[in-house]
Design a protein around this ligand. Structure first.
Ligand SMILES: [Zn+2]
Length: 137
């Protein structure tokens, strides 16, 4: 399985780690960790942005993080016109690992608040594309 299966449109050239998509299809949320300096990335990266090492390994994302901030978009860029409104947020998993991602559509606006315990799960679109989304933990 190649990287073309990830996301709604091809917009994440820096995460060209095809195995990531296989993991998502298996229901696993895997990031990459630098074997040299320990920096963690999700979505995964093939090169470490901190020390530029290519010596990376996979790790399973923590099951729980805290929603640090969020916003709702009522207008979307080209390719995402039919998606709004949708809410995006920053999740802090601790140890410097943060994720900016969309929140699941089934999360009610009144449930979404800073400090909420959240998790990440794979998301399969109707057209067969796959991504991930933030859900209530
Ligand atoms: Zn590194």
């Amino acid at each position: 399985m190649g990287f073309e299966k990830f996301g709604r449109k091809s917009f994440t050239a820096f995460t060209k780690t095809a195995k990531f998509v296989d993991f998502l299809l298996e229901g696993k949320i895997q990031g990459t960790v630098c074997k040299d300096c320990g920096a963690k990335y999700f979505p995964p990266r093939v090169d470490c942005a901190k020390c530029l090492s290519k010596n990376m390994d996979w790790f399973e994302m923590p099951g729980k993080g805290k929603l640090e901030t969020f916003t709702t978009a009522y207008y979307a860029p080209l390719g995402f016109e039919t998606d709004p409104p949708y809410t995006m947020g920053v999740v802090d998993f601790g140890g410097g690992l943060k994720l900016f991602a969309r929140l699941a559509k089934d999360l009610k606006p009144e449930e979404i608040k800073v400090g909420l315990d959240v998790s990440v799960r794979p998301l399969k679109y109707e057209d067969g594309q796959i991504s991930f989304e933030v859900i209530k933990a």
